[in-house]
Design a protein around this ligand. Sequence first.
Ligand code: UT7
Length: 322
Amino acid sequence: MTYARIVSTGSYLPSNRVSNHDLEKMVDTSHEWILSRTGIENRHIAEDHESTSDLAEKAAISALEAANLSPDSIDLIVIATTTADQVFPSSACLLQDRLGIKGCPAFDVQAVCAGFMYALDIAEKFIRTASATRALVIGAETFSRIIDWKDRSTCVLFGDGAGAIIVEASDTPGIHTTHLHADGQYKDLLSVPVGVSKNFNKVVNGSAFTQMQGGEVFRIAVKCMEKVAEEALEANGVDIDSVDWMIPHQANMRIITATAKRLGIPMSKVIVTVNQHGNTSAASIPLAFDVAVRDGRIKPGDRILIEGFGGGFTWGAAFLTY
Ligand code: UT7
C-alpha cells in the first residue's frame, strides 16, 4: 500500500510587519481591544508589487531546500488560495513556470481559510492512487487585497503569507485520514460577495472587500472545529491524549483556546501563530506547521491533528504522523 507522507515544510512572510499600534493610526481601534478579542499583536502585509505567487514561490523554495530536493522532482502542484494573482492562469501554473517545472498537473483550490485542508486532501489522494509521487502543497494569500482598510471589524484580523509542504509516496503511513466538509447555507456570514460574473465593477474599482458577521462565524467555527477533530480521532481509533500537536487554523486565539478546551488538549500541545501572523486564511496552517518544525517542537514520528475552518462554510481535519 502506498501512503502519503510529509517530508518537509517551508514558509514565507512579507517583511512589512504591521502592529496593532500601527492600526490605531488608521482606524478607531486599540491594541488592547485587538489583543483581548483576538490574541493578535502583529500581522505581515505584502508590498504592492508582491503577489500571491511571489509569496508561494518563496515558501516553495524553502520547503524544497529543507528536503534538499530539486523542483523537477515535483510531479503535482496544488495551491490553496482565495487571492490568486490572476483570474487565470492559476497561481499554481504561474509558480510552476517560475520553478521551471514542466508538464505535471498544477491547479488552485478555493476553500478560503480551510483551503489548505482541501489541497492536502487532494494531494494525498493523488499520491495514494499513484497519480503523483511528490506533491508541493501550498497555502498562499495576499488577503490584505480583499480587506477594507477603513473597516475596523475586519482589517485588524487578517495578514498575508505562504506556507508550503512537500508530500511524497511512502511505504509507511504519514497522512492517516483526511476529513472535509462544507455547508453553503452559511454563504452570507463570511464572504466577498463580488467576482468575475457578479458585480465585477466592484472588483475593477477596488472595493471587493471581506464582509463578516464575526460573532456567528465564531460560534459555528468552534463547533465545527471540535466536531471534525473528533471525527478524525474516531476514524483513527485514537483519543486526544495520543495527539502530540494540534495545529488549528489561526483566526482568533479565543477560537483556538475554546476548541482546545472542548477537545481536552492542553494549550502546551497547540501550535499558535495567530499572535504574530494574524489570520492568513489558507496559509495559516502550513505557516504554523513550518514554524513548529523549524523551532524544533514538531519532530519526526510526532502525531499531529490539523484542522481548518473558513468561508462557505468549509472545514476539515487531518490526522498524520510527521
Ligand atoms: O478565518 C475564518 C473564520 N473567521 C473567524 O473565525 C473570525 C470569527 N470571529 C471573531 O474572531 C470575532 O467575532 C471578532 C474578533 C471578529 C469580533 O469579536 P467579538 O468579541 O465577537 O466582538 P463584536 O463583533 O461583538 O464587537 C464588540 C464591539 C462592537 O461594539 P459595540 O457594538 O458593542 O459598541 C464593535 O463595534 O467591539 C467593536 N469593535 C471594535 N472595537 C475596537 C469591532 N471591531 C473593533 C475594533 N476595535 N477593531
